[in-house]
Design a protein around this ligand. Structure first.
Ligand code: G
Ligand code: G
Ligand code: MN
Ligand code: NA
Length: 254
């Protein structure tokens, strides 16, 4: 409860911070996408996002947290575009509790994006499939709301939840992000290798782009490249970067 009060205070005072991890296109070795990842330093101590996101969900702080992350990210993205990095897209993680329940909640997100002079297509929402477990909400209606908004959608942590394939079939997603746990052992574990290649083949056959998460070694990169994976993300290329370093980082590709 103590932590919840501190989190509530931190959100109110905009004390959360956002870092941005590059997503690399394997084919042309360029970067124009970053995943926004929230960070919280609570009086000198880093609290893991897994811990405080869960608290935020439990105590109904998640929508405010999400708005804070979205507005911080939109400000940074607007500044990058003003510096000439026009085609940059930010991926924003969305808990299922943040999915708009109706047109007016959806408008709130769109208004934030518009407020910073950005287009919906400048933002991709990453949704975690495990968070999409069937509940009272009709996920298809919600996803269609998101789709109508013009933002792209990525299915995050693919392979770890359940009903993954049902979601792929029924929901209009643009990107599939293969969970890090499959990538980690793909160079040593034949089964993981088969699973990764099958996910990539399936995604491509369905017309979706594939991102491999948690790529840490050259060996993994080479395997993914041979499998025609579209994008990779991971410490091999870069850890998440503070906003101030993005322009400099992007300069190397121009
Ligand atoms: O950055 P890190 O690996 O520690 O992130 C841990 C988890 O927290 C990831 O699953 C990520 O999706 C989630 N996460 C990070 N930032 C946000 C955010 O702004 N909103 C939500 N809902 N989840 C986030
Ligand atoms: O669940 P989600 O995919 O949103 O989580 C992303 C998390 O993975 C972030 O917290 C990020 O810091 C972490 N991450 C990104 N790249 C790597 C990597 O190469 N190795 C490991 N172990 N974690 C990574
Ligand atoms: Mn993510
Ligand atoms: Na993920």
């Amino acid at each position: 409860l103590h932590l919840k009060n501190q989190l509530s205070h931190a959100i109110e005072n905009r004390q959360l911070n956002v870092v941005y991890q590059p997503i690399i296109s394997i084919k042309d070795k360029r970067v124009n996408k970053f995943e926004a990842l929230v960070r919280w330093n609570n009086q000198g101590e880093w609290v893991s996002p897994e811990e405080f996101i869960q608290i935020a969900e439990e105590f109904s702080l998640i929508k405010e947290l999400g708005q804070l992350v979205l507005s911080q990210a939109c400000l940074v993205l607007k500044q990058l575009k003003q510096q000439g990095f026009n085609d940059v897209v930010f991926n924003i993680n969305r808990s299922v509790f943040e999915i708009p329940l109706n047109q007016s909640e959806n408008k709130q997100w769109l208004n934030t994006i518009e407020h910073f002079g950005l287009q919906p297509s400048d933002i991709c929402f990453e949704l975690t499939e495990s968070a999409l477990a069937p509940d009272k909400r009709n996920n298809e209606i919600l996803f269609n709301l998101l789709r109508e908004s013009g933002c792209t959608i990525a299915l995050d942590d693919f392979g770890t939840g359940y009903s993954s394939l049902a979601y792929v079939r029924r929901i209009p997603i643009d990107y599939i992000k293969i969970d890090r746990s499959f990538i980690t052992d793909m160079s040593t574990n034949e089964d993981d290798n088969i699973l990764v290649s099958t996910i990539i083949a399936m995604s491509k056959a369905l017309g979706k782009k594939v991102v491999a998460e948690g790529v840490e070694t050259k060996e993994q990169l080479d395997l993914l490249s041979a499998l025609s994976c579209d994008y990779i993300q991971g410490y091999l290329f870069s850890k998440p970067l503070p906003a101030e370093q993005l322009a400099n980082y992007l300069s190397q590709f121009n």
